[in-house]
Design a protein around this ligand. Structure first.
Ligand code: AMP
Length: 122
């Protein structure tokens, strides 16, 4: 899929849309999810133009991958969930119901998150 430079997260990265920033490094940026699904819910995105995890795995440099993963660890600590536990969730593509076409990892935690997958599809 071609990258849409007007997607919401691209506009957060270029400052056109405000966000509640947590942290950033050279290749990744983290902010709070606008519609939290748990007591703590952050999003960590690469700054590069990657639609999905599939594209990122195929095309990102080792430095981009390292910076994204490092920021995920940093944000988990910042949210105070590193010790209590958290879930890293990446919706990639249609079957996962990815809504925003810019790769993002959800970090959710701060409470017991229950079973990994609910089977009652809505
Ligand atoms: P996904 O279904 O994995 O694509 O998740 C998209 C996520 O982006 C949802 O959890 C939304 O609540 C979140 N989201 C959408 N717009 C914004 C925004 N402007 N700021 C922060 N989070 C957002």
């Amino acid at each position: 899929m071609a990258y849409d430079r007007n997607n919401i997260f691209a506009q957060i990265l270029n400052g056109k849309i405000p966000c509640s920033k947590i942290a950033e490094n050279d290749n990744a940026f983290a902010f709070y999810d606008i519609n939290p699904q748990a007591a703590q819910h952050a999003l960590v995105i690469p700054k590069g133009e990657y639609v999905s995890l599939t594209e990122f795995c195929a095309q990102a440099s080792a430095q981009e991958m390292a910076d994204w993963l490092h920021l995920i660890g940093e944000v988990a600590a910042e949210l105070g969930v590193a010790e209590s536990g958290y879930r890293l969730l990446i919706n990639s593509g249609a079957d996962a119901r990815q809504e925003v076409p810019h790769l993002h990892a959800h970090i959710v935690g701060g409470e017991d998150l229950g079973v990994m997958l609910r089977r009652d599809k809505k």
